[in-house]
Design a binder for this molecule. Structure first.
Ligand code: CTP
Ligand code: MG
Length: 419
């Protein structure tokens, strides 16, 4: 599907040469639609949503790539998601163990079956199956699952003991009894299998018209395959709802906290004059107006002030020194690339942006109706949560050049944290 990744005809195992070890593939299912997280405003499948500023699927892939026992990883994606997938994997190198993705089906079970079929040509001996929506999987869980398989288990499910008291109830909020939680386990992924056996089990389930298994362990049980437990991890949650996204963001933020003590604040200021024409671009958003802003680039004062604020916090010069107006390359340029560049400089120093705050000074156009769109666009460009981006506006009481409607000024403050 994508040239960047190994074609399915490459023999990855010959290159890696695991000696007597059993060849182990991991199937990463990520073709779901995330219906429980979708809202009318945002239909993005959960595996492509951001936590801590990065796509969930990128994080899951990185967590898996930390396990050298995995010889290759085959992602199963939805045909509508090829662009999002390319974004999620843009950071991977050509020689990573991630294979070209294959397309999934309507149910998780069918996505797994298609992935298993596609793995045939690699003839793995063992296969782990993992949810793309579980980015916090630990090396310990992967290792324990593989160890049990290599020790002779035919099917292994990462499990956690149930800690809550369990009640049985009916549809009318009535509690009918308490279930003894002894010997009850919550199943996670990865789940590991003898490859040929789980492929046969999936094809048998399909032939029998059974298409409702929610995990592969259940399908193995149905085929009377002995299933063993491996050590799950309370942190290995499956992102399912918006509450999970919020918790994940909080958790990643806390993880970053102790090591990012070098707090920097930078300011930025920019002015552009009006000229004939329209519309105006402010904060990356097009706003209808009878005049437009004059400038070498798209004259987005808000993005320019923000870019300068971040560069200021890094003590890394100003927008003009990174993108000289004398360079014809930047004529009419969209300013999001200037801001992205500044954000990349923060990332290159392993830093994070804690907060961005911009103030627009003008008599017209009215900023209020566009404020949220501007915040959302800035958050998107900088890969930040909306709550970390502020846009404010004021007039200058008809005083000065902004008061005379000769142009627009913007001020910005960036707070960043560096290690
Ligand atoms: N999955 C898949 N193909 C499907 C359905 C699910 O590959 N047809 C994947 C999901 O992408 C996810 C994992 O299986 O990584 C677990 O499924 P689930 O948590 O149910 O994800 P979704 O189906 O996307 O979410 P929802 O059930 O809320 O729609
Ligand atoms: Mg689902």
């Amino acid at each position: 599907m994508q040239s960047k990744f190994k074609s399915h005809s490459d023999n990855v195992y010959a290159k890696r040469g695991h000696g007597s070890d059993m060849r182990t593939a991991l199937l990463l299912v990520a073709a779901g639609r995330g219906s429980r997280i979708a809202s009318t405003q945002d239909q993005t499948p959960k595996q492509y949503r951001l936590i801590g500023g990065r796509m969930i699927l990128s994080r899951t892939l990185d967590a898996l790539l930390g396990s050298p026992e995995l010889d290759c990883i085959l992602p199963v994606i939805h045909a509508d998601d090829t662009d999002a997938y390319a974004q999620a994997t843009a950071h991977l190198t050509d020689d990573s163990r991630v294979l070209s993705p294959v397309y999934g089906g309507k149910t998780r079970q069918e996505s797994v079956r298609r992935g298993l079929e596609a793995l045939r040509e690699f003839s793995p001996e063992l296969v782990l199956i993992h949810d793309g929506a579980r980015p916090f999987v630990s090396h310990a869980t992967i290792s324990d699952t593989i160890k049990k398989l290599r020790g002779g288990a035919r099917a292994v499910v990462a499990c956690l003991p149930v800690t809550d008291t369990l009640k049985r109830g009916d549809d009318d909020d009535r509690i009918l009894g308490t279930v003894d939680r002894k010997n009850l386990w919550a199943a996670q992924t990865p789940q590991g299998f003898d490859y040929a056996e789980i492929l046969a089990a999936h094809n048998a389930a399909r032939a029998a018209g059974m298409d409702n298994f929610t995990d592969d362990g259940a399908l193995a049980e149905w085929r009377k395959i002995d299933v063993t437990r491996s050590a799950g991890d309370p942190e290995n949650v499956k992102i399912t709802t918006m509450a999970d996204i919020r918790l994940a963001n909080q958790r990643l933020h806390m993880e970053n906290k102790p090591t990012l003590n070098d707090i920097r604040v930078g300011n930025g200021y920019d002015v552009h004059a009006f000229e004939a024409g329209g519309p105006i671009i402010l904060g990356g958003v097009e706003i209808d107006h009878e005049r437009k802003l004059k400038g070498h680039s798209d004259a987005d004062v808000v993005l320019h002030a923000l870019t300068d604020a971040i560069l200021g916090a890094l003590a890394a010069g100003d927008i003009g020194s990174h993108f000289p107006p004398s360079d014809a390359k930047w004529k009419g340029a969209a300013s999001d690339q200037f801001l992205k560049h500044a954000v990349d400089l923060v990332k290159a120093r392993d830093g994070v942006i804690a907060h961005l705050d911009a103030t627009v000074v003008c008599e017209a156009p009215k900023i209020g109706p566009h404020r949220d769109a501007m915040r959302a666009r800035i958050a998107e460009i900088c890969a930040l949560e909306l709550g970390r981006v502020s846009v404010k506006a004021t007039t200058s009481e008809r005083l000065g050049f902004t008061g005379r409607k000769e142009g627009i000024a913007a001020l910005a403050t960036a707070t960043i944290r560096l290690p």
